[in-house]
Design a protein around this ligand. Structure first.
Ligand code: PFF
Length: 487
């Protein structure tokens, strides 16, 4: 029930949540951010830590978030408060929900700028603005696109408007429909680019860059980036998944849904890597080019392949749609909170949120032109929004959630909510009590540099230590015995 006494709306159809959660997870994070940070942090070692973070931290956190949402039936703040109160614990834990809501909002304020890039490239493809050019010409197009604040502002404002229109329309109508055709379309475009990459040279180099693992190239900074990106790409600790979970019907399986979303998300990211790096290597570009990486490389592939303009149009169309289905999930928490607590209609909650968002996103947009010098510690507004959210707020929010789920709540609560068989539940419990929190803490401590030895260089020992702690901790835990002996 919401505070207005109405039963909370639920997803339409069996696939509603699945589609929406996949739509939220798969977005610019997979196709824009994953390749460029993989390039910056040196390839294979980063990819390996990222995959470990997805499955050892991301999946358990996602299951926890969905459970909070469905059990508490509300925005992150309300849902967490209700669930902890049900166990007789302090409402102060709902601060985690506040941080998540703020985080989703902050992410969106830089995300619309990148989504704006995608829309503007769609337009360039349609209008011939990316017609044949050298590596330098294509790079110059990206630079020119950013240099003009009116142009860039137009595209990010368009994304903000579209997001708010869809969110204002309501959960079922706005969100579910597009994902079912857009996602397969996007995958098809990536397959096409990968096939092109195989024949264009640079594919072998791309595969070895992405998958050959060299321990020496792991850095503490890279490990934190991988952890943060696991949260970012799965839309965790930003209110999105939790709020979507609050619309999930009782009978749906949280475990199965989570694993499917995480696998789909990971496959799309790896495919994006396999699509982009061959172009980078075949053209002698720098994989550590930074945020412009896909916008500087993919147009080169499209101009060289048969029917390239058509495929380019389809690609940027799908990417823009993928960005929108993620954007709408980031404001859903705030809008849902305003509707439930402040008695606002969906329409006014969306437009109110959109206005504030537009102001902050304008500052982020200006980081690429007029405000390029407004820096603090070398970071622009755009950089700070990205850095604070994915490196710190998301992992901290995730840590808070697993700690509450693993140690603060009554044990039967999530057992009931997750409905897992005893062994699977025991595994989830072990992950949320030991593996996920310790993994997050270790990466934090390492990144802060307060410990004299670099953890990154000693990861096999760390892994062994984590497993040992989890096993010993759980062997001593009456909760585990209870989980295994009752069904
Ligand atoms: N997961 C999205 C992506 O990979 O593009 C980004 C995102 C969506 C982050 C929703 C946070 C969020 F709440």
């Amino acid at each position: 029930m919401t505070s207005s006494g109405q039963p909370r709306i639920q997803w339409l159809g069996r696939w509603g949540f699945m589609l929406a959660a996949t739509g939220s997870a798969v977005g610019l994070g997979n196709i824009w951010k994953f390749p460029y940070i993989t390039g910056e942090y040196g390839g294979g070692a980063f990819v390996l830590v990222y995959l470990a973070c997805i499955f050892a931290v991301g999946v358990p956190v996602m299951m926890t978030e969905i459970s909070f949402g469905r059990r508490g039936r509300g925005s992150p703040i309300d849902a967490i408060r209700r669930v902890v109160n049900e166990s007789g614990r302090s409402s102060a834990w709902s601060l985690i929900g506040w941080m998540a809501m703020l985080c989703g909002f902050m992410v969106l304020s830089f995300y619309v700028v990148v989504a704006g890039w995608s829309f503007s490239y769609l337009w360039k493809m349609l209008s011939g603005g990316l017609a044949a050019g050298s590596v330098d010409d294509i790079a110059a197009v990206f630079g020119a696109n950013n240099a003009n604040p009116v142009n860039l502002g137009f595209w990010s404002t368009l994304v903000t408007l579209l997001t708010m229109v869809i969110v204002g329309k309501g959960v079922q109508e706005g969100i579910e429909k597009s994902v079912s055709w857009m996602m397969p379309g996007l995958v098809l475009m990536l397959v096409l680019l990968i096939v092109f990459g195989v024949f264009s040279g640079g594919f072998g180099e791309a595969v070895s860059f992405l998958f050959s693992f060299n321990v020496g190239s792991l850095s503490s900074e890279g490990m934190l980036a991988a952890l943060g990106h696991a949260f970012f790409t799965l839309s965790l600790a930003s209110g999105a998944i939790l709020t979507y979970g609050s619309y999930l019907p009782k009978e749906a399986s949280i475990g199965r849904t989570t694993v499917s979303v995480a696998v789909a998300d990971t496959v799309v990211a790896l495919m994006a890597g396999l699509a982009i790096f061959p172009v980078i290597f075949a053209n002698g570009m720098d994989p550590g080019e930074g945020p412009g990486l896909i916008f500087m490389s993919l147009p080169l592939a499209f101009q060289a392949m048969p029917l390239g303009t058509l495929f380019g149009i389809l690609f940027f169309l799908m990417l823009s749609m993928a960005a929108l289905t993620s954007s709408i999930s980031m404001v859903e928490a705030t809008v849902s909170w305003l509707c439930d607590n402040k008695g606002m209609s969906r329409q006014s909650a969306s437009w109110g949120t959109g206005t504030i968002l537009w102001l902050i996103s304008t500052l982020a947009m200006l980081s690429f032109n007029l405000g390029a010098d407004w820096t603090l510690a070398g970071k622009t507004v755009f950089d700070w929004l990205d850095y604070l959210t994915s490196r710190w707020m998301m992992p901290l929010g995730g840590l808070g959630m697993v700690v509450v789920a693993g140690f603060v709540l009554k044990s039967e609560l999530f057992r009931e909510e997750l409905g897992l068989p005893p062994l699977a539940y025991a595994l989830w419990l072990m992950m949320v009590r030991y593996v996920s929190p310790l993994g997050i803490l270790i990466i934090f401590v390492d990144a802060l540099g307060v410990y004299p030895v670099s953890f990154a260089a000693h990861w096999p020992w760390l892994l062994a230590m984590l497993v040992a702690m989890a096993v010993v901790g759980e062997a001593l835990s009456p909760r585990l015995r209870q989980a295994l002996t009752s069904d």
